[in-house]
Design a protein. Structure first.
Length: 332
């Protein structure tokens, strides 16, 4: 997963830290978890989650090769990595930084300006620890804070959650927080609008931008295709987005929104990358097709589609798993 510090987090649960290669830096679902719940599988640090104690302070790391150690940060106000350049409108407005991951202020097409706002990140970025395989969390109290960014990656303000509306690492890798402020209040105070989730399945060949609030970095590449199943340690994700090689995300990029650069809408959430060419292990996801054939793409990153969230958002901007068309996993 794309959490910050891999080596330091090897002793920590996947939820909290991990490191990846030069570009997007943040913990990903199967790659980091600070303090895991008793009985949950021990995890090493994630590639996409930021390592515990990693110095960031509004700095962004240079695009350097990963050595398995914490990178030194260089001050910047947002950069774009190699790959197809995203449209000019792709910036950091509406992006958020967590303590060890990335995320975004999001809405669905039917959301109202006066609805309580939502923040999207990875399931493995959940502050209480990474959900175990099969676990679904709903309506869990939370007071987690998020650093909201302006278009130039400068800090706009601090947002606070009231609850975890939904979180899981089963079939997908998402956490959705509900905030104590509305979209209208956020725009009035900070001049920042949310990103909109696309209601449509993404298409292969689409030019995308993976926007990391943790590292203030934009990774530009394309959608290479889709994995029928993506296996990493104990977790299985379905119909995952596979990036082209230009998006070589790193620890701390976990939870970054994946934007269609043509529309600016969010089509997926960044969550992992195969670091070492290993097969189906932590920080080394593998693809499994309909016939059970396993394929490993060393150095390739992945994201979980978000169009399936849209039918599950009810009036008032809360997750309702009983809505028609909602196929998100439900609590057992």
């Amino acid at each position: 997963m794309n959490k910050p510090l891999v080596a330091a987090l090897a002793t920590l649960a996947l939820v909290g830290t991990s490191i990846s290669t030069a570009a997007a830096v943040q913990a990903d679902p199967a790659h980091a978890d600070p303090v895991h719940a008793p009985g949950s599988p021990t995890r090493t640090v994630s590639v996409h989650r930021a390592p515990t104690g990693a110095a960031r302070t509004d700095t962004v790391r240079a695009n350097t090769a990963r050595t398995g150690t914490t990178r030194t940060g260089t001050t910047r106000t947002g950069t774009t990595r190699t790959g197809t350049a995203p449209r000019a409108a792709t910036d950091f407005s509406g992006i958020v930084a967590l303590d060890d991951c990335s995320g975004s202020l999001i809405r669905v097409p039917a959301s109202s300006d006066n609805d309580p706002a939502l923040v999207l990140t990875n399931g493995h970025c959940l502050e209480s620890g990474m959900p175990t395989a099969g676990q679904v969390i709903v309506n869990q109290a939370s007071s987690r804070t998020f650093t909201l960014l302006k278009s130039n990656a400068a800090k706009a303000g601090t947002l606070r959650a009231t609850k975890v509306d939904y979180a899981t690492m089963t079939d997908t890798d998402i956490t959705i927080y509900q905030l104590n402020t509305t979209y209208a209040q956020i725009e009035q105070r900070y001049g920042v609008k949310p990103l909109t989730l696309s209601p449509d399945h993404p298409a292969a060949g689409t030019s995308i931008a993976v926007v990391s609030g943790y590292w203030k970095t934009v990774y530009a590449c394309g959608i290479d295709g889709f994995a029928y199943q993506l296996h990493e340690a104990d977790w299985v994700w379905k119909d995952s987005v596979r990036y082209t090689s230009a998006c070589h995300t790193i620890g701390g990029t976990s939870g970054s929104p994946v934007e269609d650069v043509a529309t600016g809408q969010v089509v997926a959430v960044n969550n992992t990358l195969n670091e070492d060419g290993q097969r189906c292990s932590l920080d080394n996801p593998c693809e499994v097709d309909q016939n059970g054939q396993v394929t490993v793409h060393e150095g390739i990153g992945y994201a979980e589609e978000t169009y399936g969230i849209v039918p599950c958002v009810a009036q008032g901007n809360t997750i309702d798993l009983s809505l028609p068309g909602c196929t998100l996993p439900k609590p057992s």
